[in-house]
Every structure is written in C-alpha cells, then in structure tokens.
Design a protein around this ligand. Structure first.
Ligand SMILES: Cc1cc2nc3c(=O)[nH]c(=O)nc-3n(C[C@H](O)[C@H](O)[C@H](O)COP(=O)(O)O)c2cc1C
Length: 345
C-alpha cells in the first residue's frame, strides 16, 4: 500500500514553503471560521457499522460519475489560482490528478488557460469537469463554457453558494492575486467588476448552461438542504455537490457531514441526480464515511493545494493515490468490496 500522506503534515510542510499571505488565502475560512473547523470535526464523529464475513480479497474503488468512469471516488475540488502554490499551477495539479486516475474539476478562476490544462489532461488520459461561476457579464460565462466544452470538459459544475464573497478575516485584500492570474481566461476587461460573480443566479441557469455547452450534464455545487437538492434535480441537474465551500461562505453553515444524509434522502427518488460531497475530508476513512452517508464521490480542496505546493504534479498524484489506497484498506475493514457495498455502513 502506498504511504498515506497525513493531511496535517502536508499542510505544515506547505505552510513552511508558502508566503504567509498565500497560505492564509488558501487555509482561511469566512467569519470566525466556525464552518471551516466544523467540517473536519463532523466527519470524525461519523461512526460506521462494518459488515463481516464478506469476501474482500479484491476491493474495487472504480466509479462512474455523471457518465465519466474514474478509478477512484476521490476527486479534485475546483480551487482558484494554482499558480500561487506552484509555478506550473493547474498544468501540474491536472497532471497529478490524471496520473492518479482521479476526476479533476477546473475552476473558473484558473490561473492557466482552459485549453492548456485540457491538453495536459488529454495527454494523460484524464477526465475533467469545468466549474462555473456565473459572472455579472453573462457573455463572459458563455465564452468560458463554450471553450471548456470545446476543450473536452465532460460536465459543468455550477457553484451556487457564492452569490457574494464570504468575508475572510485572514485575507489582506487579495492584492497578492496578480491580474494575469485573474484574467488568464478572460483577457483584458474594461471593467473588472463584469467578471465578479452574479448575485442573481437561479434554477433556470441549469438548463441555460446545458444549452450553451451543447448538452453537457450540469451539477450544482453548494447544496446543503434536501428541498434545494430536489429543486435542482427537478430543474434538470445531473448531480449536486453537498458543500459549504470549505467554510469560506456562510460561517454558520451546517457541516457537510451533517447535511449529506438529508440531501441523499431527498434525491432517493431522482436516480438521474447524483450526490457528491466536499469539505473537510482529510483521509481515506473520511471518504468512506462520506460514501456510507450516501455520497457517490468525495472532493478534496485544500489538501490538493498543499500537495501541489510541496511536490507539484507528483505531490498531487501521491496524495490522491494515497487517499485511494487508504480508502480501499478501510473498505476491506468495513466488509465492502465495491463502492456499492459502502451504502448503509
Ligand atoms: C483557496 C480556495 C479556493 C477555492 N476556489 C473555488 C473556486 O474557484 N470555485 C469553487 O466552486 N470553489 C472553490 N473553492 C471551494 C472548493 O471547491 C471546495 O468546496 C472546498 O475547498 C472543500 O473543502 P476542503 O478544502 O476542506 O477540502 C475554493 C476553496 C479554497 C480553499
């Protein structure tokens, strides 16, 4: 089994390497950081009921996600501006994910051009989705979505929990984000406010995004309630990501481990709408907890940034293969030979 990198150790190493304002930008949460802390704590409280006398001589972590096959349910969450962590930015994190067989979600706020990241992914057999912030000038969003679809994105992830930006105490004005990173995919803008997130994003945008992308599946990220999940499914979403943006938006938001069972229950009647989750997942055991509570896959955010800062593409690959190996080991201990066996543990 590959050596499992401890997420806390990885973070400590990255903290020592990164300038303090960049470390704080990545690590921080909004407000008092209550939601940030609660995410990790809530997973640790989830206990499982292992099954015994099951044949676990072969454990299979393969999964299909909105029609895309992946070797692991451990996926890379969309996070902004990877150039701040490592010189090759998203080119390196994407290569790491692809070589680990993990699904990669590219942020709207990528510091590398969509086409360049897509070429790296294609070169390594990687599968990827494009995360969408609907921008105030919707024609900018439309341009990005069309480019992502053209470049080979297999789904869109509409981020729904950021109509305005959460206020982060640790941020010192985000002045350290260079224009060339912010504008990497947008080019020159007369008015940078046109590229800020729109506050009027609605359910109708699910079908809008599907239409302008030529029919890509659309998943909604940031769902924490069963009624919202059902509304997204009824509006045509192919999935929802249970997420509170890693504790960076509403500081009083419920931890994702607590929200997941309600969302999974609400979507039981919508087999076409998959349930995914992120927020505070730091080990293969956490991923197993997420699967047991009804998720089909789990995304990691900050640990990927730490791995990127410490080891570039190889660091990201080792993190994801390590988490997957650990998941397989925990599945065997819980009596689950396939991901389907993890339901109801
Ligand atoms: C530095 C940073 C940047 C992020 N940028 C984005 C983004 O551009 N789009 C988005 O949908 N979510 C973004 N997120 C949220 C992540 O997709 C994800 O929900 C969160 O990081 C998961 O929690 P974790 O970091 O505890 O694993 C960002 C999170 C961090 C930490």
């Amino acid at each position: 089994m590959a050596r499992v990198l401890d997420a806390e150790e990885l973070e400590a190493r990255a903290r020592a390497l990164l300038p303090s304002d960049i470390y704080d930008y990545y690590a921080g949460g909004s407000g008092s950081e209550a939601a940030l802390r609660a995410n990790t704590e809530a997973w640790r409280r989830v206990t499982l009921r292992p099954r015994v006398l099951r044949d676990v001589s072969r454990v299979d972590t393969a999964v299909s996600l909105a029609g895309a096959r992946a070797g692991t349910p451990v996926c890379v969450a969309p996070t902004a501006f990877h150039n701040l962590a490592y010189p090759d930015g998203e080119l390196a994190s994407a290569r790491g994910a692809a070589t680990a067989g993990a699904l990669y979600v590219l942020s709207t706020r990528s510091s590398r051009r969509i086409e360049d990241v897509a070429a790296v992914l294609a070169g390594h057999g990687g599968r990827w989705w494009f995360q969408v912030y609907v921008l105030r000038d919707r024609s900018l969003t439309e341009g990005l979505v069309r480019r992502a679809a053209e470049a080979g994105a297999q789904a869109l992830v509409l981020t729904a929990d950021a109509p305005v930006l959460g206020r982060k105490r640790r941020d010192r004005g985000a002045g350290f984000i260079p224009d060339e990173d912010f504008l990497a995919n947008l080019g020159h803008l007369d008015d940078q406010a046109s590229a800020e997130q729109a506050a009027d994003v609605g359910l109708g945008d699910i079908s809008w995004l599907r239409d302008i992308s030529g029919g890509l599946p659309v998943l909604v990220k940031g769902v924490l309630r069963g009624d919202d999940a059902a509304a997204c499914a009824a509006a045509g979403a192919a999935g929802v990501v249970v997420s509170n943006h890693g504790g960076r938006q509403l500081d009083a938001a419920v931890p994702t481990a607590s929200a997941l069972p309600e969302v999974a229950g609400a979507l039981a009647g919508y087999p076409g709408c998959e349930v995914l989750v992120d927020g505070g997942l730091r080990s293969g055991l956490d991923v197993l907890r997420a699967l047991a509570l009804g998720a089909r896959a789990a995304f990691v955010g900050r640990p990927v940034l730490w791995a990127l800062a410490c080891g570039g593409a190889d660091g990201v690959r080792d993190l994801l293969t390590g988490l997957t190996a650990e998941l397989g080991h925990e599945m065997a201990l819980a009596g689950a030979a396939t991901l389907a066996d993890t339901a109801g543990l």
